[in-house]
Design a protein. Structure first.
Length: 87
């Protein structure tokens, strides 16, 4: 879901500790709502087609399909502060 941004919405970008721009988390929040967007890493076209076909036919990994973003203590504290404002 793409967040609908308001004038009061703040955006915070968290880059993974591995410093890859393929691992980015964007937290957009205002007084009421908080959107957490995870950047999807671009894959080569054949891999995307294969993933799409696999998804259509319900093929899943035993572990599910996940990507991770590693946040160090400083970034984690920043994320916690943003989330605590939402309470
Ligand atoms: Zn990473």
């Amino acid at each position: 879901m793409v967040p609908i941004f308001s004038k009061n919405m703040s955006n915070n970008l968290f880059v993974c500790e591995c410093n890859s721009y393929e691992h980015i988390l964007i937290v957009s929040s205002d007084e009421e709502l908080c959107y957490i967007s995870i950047h999807l890493a671009p894959l080569p076209i054949l891999k995307r087609i294969w993933n799409g076909i696999s998804y259509i036919f319900g093929k899943r990994s035993n572990y599910g399909n996940f990507e991770e973003i590693i946040l160090g203590p400083e970034k984690l504290n920043e994320l916690i502060k943003i989330l605590q404002k939402q309470q």
